[in-house]
Design a protein around this ligand. Structure first.
Ligand code: GLY
Length: 369
């Protein structure tokens, strides 16, 4: 008999299997579900930062014993992403998310030499965004030359991997410098993290912070907290450095103190009382980070918190019906931008829920390393 996590994985796989044809026919990378259909990212075409999560779902399903069509679909969408290497205007620091989870996953699972080369190419693009004043530049608008964001902690894994594969420490040295800047400038005394810090691009000194996708300046955007939690955990796993583990544990303690009784996650931990604005993506990312943190430290409290999050999502926010394409509901892209997606399904929410289930079921190929 399957346990509830195996059962959930089986149902999610079946639903995605039946959605492959629509994505294939439209030759697109699904971004989210709208009125029962997949829609592609409304921003920057296939260069939008989320493009790697759909192929990563396919690799997760394949690793969980899924049909070979998942592999074909992963490769179809990986090709769409590598075609984007030539659109320099749009690609940004999220080449880590995009290519580690597509080409990187392919290289890890199949041993494809071309996929490995493409992953290294993406790592080199991320290196090209490094400002020797001490940080990796996030975005491309001329007014954002000094912007760095907490999300980038997740992108560093592609650099650590590139150093392991090439034997060249430039990549991991860059990742460490950026991680140390993030540790120094983003982590607050209460264990929360800022979303955006703007540096003087010439000197590297901190100029100001921006509220970003959270409720307000100085608030706690929950997905940003989750990126910090999982990102510093990965930085520790990649380097063995205890300062990154300490940061991950501080962020975890703060995150855990904000998990709602129903196991769901508010979009911002400082949002006004009575506002019902959830972001389950944050809970799914945090669940994955907490499971790795539990494994690394041996502390059960992190696994307990991860299970509370996963159970909350399975109990209240999974829709297996045909009325939507994906599964996880109540995902919110940004606190103040409902047009980007509010209380809806977005593929990266599904990705992290599936990664969490795969960890619980023992099938996770651990695509971040
Ligand atoms: N990395 C952008 C986001 O989490 O929305």
């Amino acid at each position: 008999m399957l346990n509830r996590y195996q059962e959930a994985m089986k149902k999610i796989m079946a639903k995605y299997f039946s959605g492959i044809r629509e994505a294939e026919e439209k030759n697109m990378i699904p971004y989210k579900s709208e009125q029962g259909h997949w829609i592609a990212s409304p921003f920057d075409g296939n260069s939008w930062w989320t493009g790697g999560f759909y192929p990563a779902l396919m690799w997760q399903f394949l690793s969980a014993g899924g049909d070979g069509r998942f592999r074909a679909e992963a490769l179809r969408t990986e090709k769409l992403l590598t075609d984007e290497f030539r659109t320099f205007t749009y690609l940004n620091h999220d080449v880590g998310f995009m290519y580690l989870l597509s080409c990187g996953a392919d290289a890890k699972i199949t041993g494809s030499v071309q996929a490995k080369t493409d992953t290294l190419h993406a790592a080199s693009l991320l290196m090209g965004r490094f400002n020797p004043a001490g940080f990796i530049r996030a975005w491309n608008h001329p007014s954002q030359a000094g912007f760095a964001i907490i999300d980038c902690m997740m992108n560093l894994s592609i650099l650590f991997r590139a150093s392991r594969e090439t034997g060249d420490p430039r990549f991991s040295n860059t990742a460490r410098i950026h991680a140390d800047t993030t540790l120094r400038e983003f982590l607050r005394g209460d264990g929360s993290v800022s979303h955006i810090v703007e540096f003087d691009p010439s000197t590297g000194s901190k100029v100001r912070e921006h509220a970003g996708q959270g409720y307000a300046l100085g608030s706690q955007w929950s997905r940003g907290q989750a990126w910090g939690l999982y990102g510093f955990t990965l930085a520790h796993m990649n380097t063995g450095e205890n300062r990154y583990l300490d940061a991950a544990e501080k962020i975890a303690a703060n995150f855990i103190s904000h998990i709602r009784p129903d196991g769901l996650t508010d979009c911002d931990f400082c949002q006004p009382a009575g506002v019902e604005r959830l972001d389950n993506i944050a809970g799914a990312v945090a669940a994955c980070g907490l499971m790795e943190l539990s494994r690394v430290t041996g502390k059960k409290e992190y696994m307990d918190a991860a299970l509370k999050l996963v159970d909350g999502m399975l109990d209240h926010c999974c829709d297996y019906s045909d009325s939507i394409r994906g599964v996880l509901t109540h995902c919110t892209a940004s606190y103040h931008d409902d047009a980007a997606g509010r209380h809806t399904n977005i593929t990266y929410g599904d990705y992290f829920l599936v990664e969490a289930l795969a960890k619980l079921n023992g099938t996770d190929p651990m695509l971040w390393l």
